[in-house]
Design a protein around this ligand. Structure first.
Ligand code: SF4
Ligand code: SF4
Length: 261
């Protein structure tokens, strides 16, 4: 069996060679269209999406979030938990190539998801319910990827900044910190309703917008006129506001409060 085929099978089985990397260590890497393995990593994909990934992608495609979710994603739960995982869809089940892989490579490259930007780095726990803080980083080494033999040395922060992942991490931070806490909702009778709200606010941003501006939402929650104007005109701000509102809806915490009757 060819080495790359073996490696592909490892991907199919969800197995990777993960090499822990110390905070102050560097790794060598380069990825460019001239490399012999170009686009091989965009097959057998397992790309988990964050809310700001979805926002950037639906903007790039010029479509509504509900259309984006229906056409380009699949919603799963993490393992035996109820924690929702939104993943990029594949173009066909045989090659499991990414739905955005075109003849010239990634067709949405400047809006590619955080996971794609971070590659070949990741955090040690694959369990999103374990939280993000204090997770040691690792380097993903797959035989097919020749990028490890080229280019300059990078620290993890340098790589993340260069690829635009650091900015997305910062925007998604309040949401990522909420994920481990979703497990605590398991015993609540209204869990399903709360999970549906969590999924809508996180990923279906245009439906959330309609809820804020076309329902009694602004009569029911303390939102100043200046904030309402900002949310109307800035999708990033609306999503950040959504994260704060989720804190209240899910855990009864955070700065967004109902109006006193
Ligand atoms: S989004 Fe682009 S970079 Fe990421 S897997 Fe798909 S084609 Fe590859
Ligand atoms: S170098 Fe690695 S990341 Fe870049 S295209 Fe090749 S397999 Fe993908």
């Amino acid at each position: 069996m060819e080495k790359d085929q073996k490696n592909q099978n490892k991907r199919e089985r969800g197995e990777f060679d993960l090499k822990p990397i110390a905070d102050d260590a560097t790794f060598r890497f380069s990825c460019h269209p001239g490399i012999s393995c170009f686009n091989e990593c965009c097959h057998e994909i397992d790309v988990v999406l964050t809310p700001f990934d979805v926002l950037r992608l639906k903007k790039k495609l010029g479509i509504r979030s509900d259309e984006f979710l229906a056409k380009y994603t699949v919603l799963q739960s993490f393992g035996t938990t109820e924690v929702p995982l939104l993943k990029l869809a594949v173009a066909d089940e045989e090659t499991r190539q990414c739905v955005f892989l075109g003849e010239k490579g990634c067709s949405i490259y400047d809006s590619r998801p955080t996971v794609c930007r971070n590659y070949p780095t990741g955090v040690a726990s694959q369990d999103p319910t374990a939280g993000q803080s204090a997770q040691p980083y690792f380097i993903i080494e797959e035989d097919m990827c020749k990028g490890h033999f080229e280019g300059q040395n990078w620290s993890i922060p340098e790589w993340k900044a260069n690829q635009g992942a650091a900015e997305l991490d910062e925007l998604n931070k309040p949401w990522l910190e909420m994920i481990p806490r979703l497990k605590s909702l398991r015993l609540k009778d209204d869990k399903d309703q709360k999970m549906n709200i969590f999924i809508m606010v996180s990923f279906d941003q245009d439906t959330f917008r309609s809820m804020v501006f076309e329902s009694s939402f602004l009569d029911r929650f303390e939102v100043s006129q200046a904030t309402a104007d900002l949310l109307k005109n800035d999708e990033d701000e609306l999503l950040k506001f959504g994260f704060k509102w989720l804190e209240f809806i899910l855990f009864g915490e955070g700065p967004i409060r109902p109006k006193k009757q």
